[in-house]
Design a protein around this ligand. Structure first.
Ligand SMILES: [Zn+2]
Length: 291
C-alpha cells in the first residue's frame, strides 16, 4: 500500500517544484533499496502508479520476465504515464530507470558486494524528476504528446554481462513491431542527476545521434542561467538510450557520470541536492516546449 500522498506541496510556479522534487526523492529513498523482486521495488511501482493515476491521462503497465540460464524467472515491469497533448504529433518520450542495483559491486571491500544499493542518485533522482514532471504536465498540459516511461531492470546485470537495460530493450523491441508513425519523435533519458556537485556534459552516443536535442537543452540551460550543463562531450555511457538509438529513434542521455558513490552503499540522499534536481527539471521543462 502507498501511505504517502504524492506531491503535497501543490505549487504551480516553476520554483515551487524544487521542494516537490526533493519530497519525491525522499519518499523514493524511504522505500529502501529497489532491485526487481524486492519489497522496495513493489512499493515504488505502486507509488509511480498512484502519482500517474493522480496526474496522467493514462497509466500503462508493460510487464515482462527476465530469465538467466536455469535461474527462476524474474518479473519486471515498465510503467508509462501518458499525456495525450493538444496536437496529433508524435510523442516525446522522457525515460528513466526506477530499479536500483541489487549489489554494491563498486565497493572496495568484496564483503559489501552482496548488499543492494539505496540508489538515491542512481535510480532515485531520475524517478523523482519524472514524477515531478507528471505533476507539472497535469498543471500545464503539453501541446505535443508526452510519455513518461519508468524502465525496469536497467541496473540488474552483473559486471561485463549484457543483462543491462532490460526494460528499455523490451520497450524498444515492442516499438519495433509497430508502425513507425507510432514511434516517439525523440527519446530523452534522465539518470543520475541528483549529485550535489552536478555537472552534465554531452554524452558521446547522444552527441552522435541526437545532437540537435542536446543543443536545445544547452540553449535552455544558458537561457535559464543553469550552470550545471557543460557544452563539451565527456563520457561515453551505456544506458537506456541505446536500445532506441539501435532501432533508429533519436535518443539522448542526461547524466553526471562523475559520481564517486556510483554502485556503492554510499549512494544516499545526503549526496544529492534539491538544487541539482531542480536544475535538470527546469531545463527539461523549457526544452520540451521547443520540441
Ligand atoms: Zn547504475
Amino acid at each position: 500500500m502507498v501511505s504517502i500522498l504524492p506531491g503535497t506541496a501543490g505549487a504551480q510556479d516553476l520554483p515551487g517544484y524544487k521542494p516537490i522534487l526533493w519530497e519525491y526523492l525522499e519518499t523514493i529513498c524511504a522505500f529502501g533499496p529497489r532491485p526487481p523482486g524486492s519489497h522496495g521495488h513493489r512499493m515504488l511501482q505502486a507509488y509511480i502508479k498512484a502519482v500517474g493515476g493522480k496526474y496522467a491521462d493514462e497509466v500503462r503497465e508493460q510487464p515482462f520476465t527476465f530469465q538467466k540460464g536455469n535461474n527462476p524467472p524474474v518479473s519486471m515491469m515498465n510503467i508509462e504515464l501518458v499525456f495525450h497533448g493538444a496536437s496529433r504529433k508524435r510523442p516525446i518520450l522522457l525515460g528513466t530507470h526506477y530499479d536500483t542495483r541489487p549489489f554494491a559491486d563498486s565497493e572496495t571491500d568484496p564483503y559489501s558486494w552482496k548488499f543492494p544499493i539505496l540508489g538515491a542518485n542512481d535510480g532515485g533522482s531520475g524517478t523523482a524528476v519524472l514524477l515531478a514532471l507528471a505533476q507539472y504536465l497535469h498543471a500545464h498540459p503539453p501541446v505535443r504528446p508526452v510519455r513518461l516511461v519508468f524502465f525496469d531492470g536497467e541496473d540488474y546485470g552483473v559486471k561485463f554481462s549484457s543483462d543491462y537495460f532490460l526494460g528499455s530493450k523490451h520497450y524498444a523491441a515492442q516499438l519495433n513491431k509497430k508502425d513507425r508513425g507510432e514511434w516517439p519523435y525523440c527519446v530523452l533519458i534522465i539518470d543520475m542527476v541528483g549529485d550535489k556537485e552536478l555537472e552534465i556534459a554531452r554524452e558521446t552516443y547522444s552527441h552522435e545521434n541526437a545532437s540537435w536535442l542536446l543543443k536545445m537543452i544547452v540553449e535552455s540551460a544558458q537561457k535559464l542561467k543553469v550552470t550545471q550543463f557543460l557544452t563539451q562531450p565527456k563520457h561515453t555511457v551505456q544506458d537506456d538510450h541505446l536500445p532506441f538509438i539501435e532501432i533508429g529513434v533519436p535518443a539522448a542521455l542526461l547524466i553526471d557520470f562523475d559520481y564517486p558513490y556510483w554502485h556503492t552503499l554510499q549512494d544516499t540522499l545526503d549526496k544529492c541536492s534539491p538544487e541539482s534536481l531542480f536544475a535538470v527539471f527546469s531545463v527539461v521543462v523549457d526544452a520540451m516546449k521547443k520540441i
